[in-house]
Design a protein around this ligand. Sequence first.
Ligand code: PMP
Length: 425
Amino acid sequence: MQNKDIEARRVDAISRGVGVMTQIYAERAENSEIWDAEGNRYIDFASGIAVLNTGHRHPKVIDAVKAQLDRFTHTCHQVVPYENYVTLAERLNALVPSSEPMKTIFVTTGAEALENSIKIARASTGRNAVIAFTGGFHGRTFMGMALTGKVAPYKLGFGSMPADVFHAPFPVEMHGVTEADSMAALDKLFKADVDPNRVAAIVIEPVQGEGGFYVAPVSFMKSLRALCDQHGILLIVDEVQTGFARTGKMLAVEHYGIEPDMVTMAKSLAGGFPLAAVTGKAKIMDGPAPGGLGGTYGGNPLGIAAANAVLDVIDEEKLCDRANSLGQRLKQRLESLRDSVPEIVDIRGPGFMNAVEFNDVKTNLPSADFANRVRAKALEKGLILLTCGVHGNVIRFLAPITIQDTVFSEALDILEESIKESRVA
Ligand code: PMP
């Protein structure tokens, strides 16, 4: 089968609302490699958008899912519960930094995790308002869209958003917003728009994912924690993209020395199976009445089995350490290009959650064109890259942390060539 034939059928059959970044059709995949319908091989630096920290089809994950398939695939935990759901909840409860008892719920997608975190925050505080950050991404459901700090394309044409959701600027110093500016904006919000005593929660990604891999400073997260404590506001940390060894820790919040009230998780939690979670302080998680939370597929047995295996793999293969050493190699290679590629204006990110940002050399303005040229050239050479950022001028790297050394070296060579060749487009 030819990619272009399937592509023509896709255009006829699928809503254009579901954007597609490549026109290669997956046939099979293994760890950090994908083969398409024509037999071409690609190195996967996208991981299905941060889902495959443990790689495509990790043998332990596949074995766990096969074993689960042979036992049962669905009962609905709300009807007939199962033990591995409880085990996974216990494991996540132990993972989130907290001096208090924790509890968990399972849902299916990241957006649903965010929806539920707001439901829980409202039910447990009796307050309504929510604050999120510009450039943040929290999903495509109505509350997910409302929390998301970017209009196009996420909110375009979708009508009114849920009320009482406010945005403060995320601190990105290289784009002119300091940490002090962000804190001052929150203060202004409390004076001009919303009484802090009406705010149920502040939601933040410790490293913005879709927004551009901008890292929240440690002092900023500590200030947010203090502000929340001062006004009785809950701090919700969205770890959907940062979770599970990507930043060199199991959760990015561990870099900050603070206790979140709730954490939302999805993506790499279950290594390619749809599973998401909200873990938070027990007294908060018990806010909603019985029956108020859940969903038919929430905590599906296959996803739960996969996630228990993913946590084992991260531990056994020391993927946090490996994320740090792979990230170092990647950043060093990018640094070595700085002199010959003046378009590179920033190289950043904790662990293996790294990004490179490009400006136009003439205008010194963000260059989405340059980032897109790099992405297209890399794809021609067999490396799948993703862009991101409010200006679209950032390439983000989300390769499996299990990537083989030889494949990683090959990918770095392709990346270097693609960046260099993008200069003379
Ligand atoms: N939060 C963050 C930080 C995300 O990166 C994403 C997905 N990119 C979501 C929420 C939404 O997750 P999902 O696509 O599984 O609904």
